[in-house]
Design a protein around this ligand. Structure first.
Ligand SMILES: [Zn+2]
Length: 143
């Protein structure tokens, strides 16, 4: 539960920061004609807080990953607490949860399961090359 909150915050943080800066830009633009020193103030606050915003994002990411690693070490899926197959350190293939489909790398990062080789290396049944199925299907369809 706690991991899901952390992961959601981690996932939306970058966009939230981006929108905050866009809002600050609009505010600064609007103040040019009304209160010019305000524009400078918003500009310098934005510039000074940029490093802090990036650092905070890295901290949130590190916390989320450490929570995922701790959960995976106890053999549980960080997202749904179902039993998760263990992965060895340095292993390239991620652990994929059978229940919720979440995929995790060994460093605790969440990844996308559809990009994994398991789904790419399907048996090649395209090589059969029998057109009789196509003809039969066309016949059934009335063409
Ligand atoms: Zn799961």
């Amino acid at each position: 539960m706690l991991y899901r909150i952390a992961a959601a915050v981690n996932a939306t943080y970058g966009l939230a920061v981006a929108w905050t800066y866009i809002a600050a830009f609009v505010l600064a633009l609007g103040m040019i004609f009304i209160f010019p020193p305000g524009t400078l103030l918003v500009f310098f606050i934005g510039l000074a807080s940029l490093g802090l915003a990036v650092a905070l994002g890295k901290v949130i990411d590190a916390i989320t990953r450490s929570m995922a690693r701790r959960s995976m070490a106890s053999g549980r899926c960080p997202r749904c607490r179902d039993v998760l197959a263990l992965i060895s350190h340095g292993d390239e293939s991620p652990a994929i949860c059978a229940l919720c489909g979440s995929a995790f790398t060994s460093d605790g990062g969440e990844t996308i399961a559809s990009e994994q080789p398991h789904f790419v290396n399907q048996p090649e049944d395209d090589d059969r090359n029998d057109e009789s199925d196509v003809v039969a299907d066309a016949h059934l369809a009335g063409r």
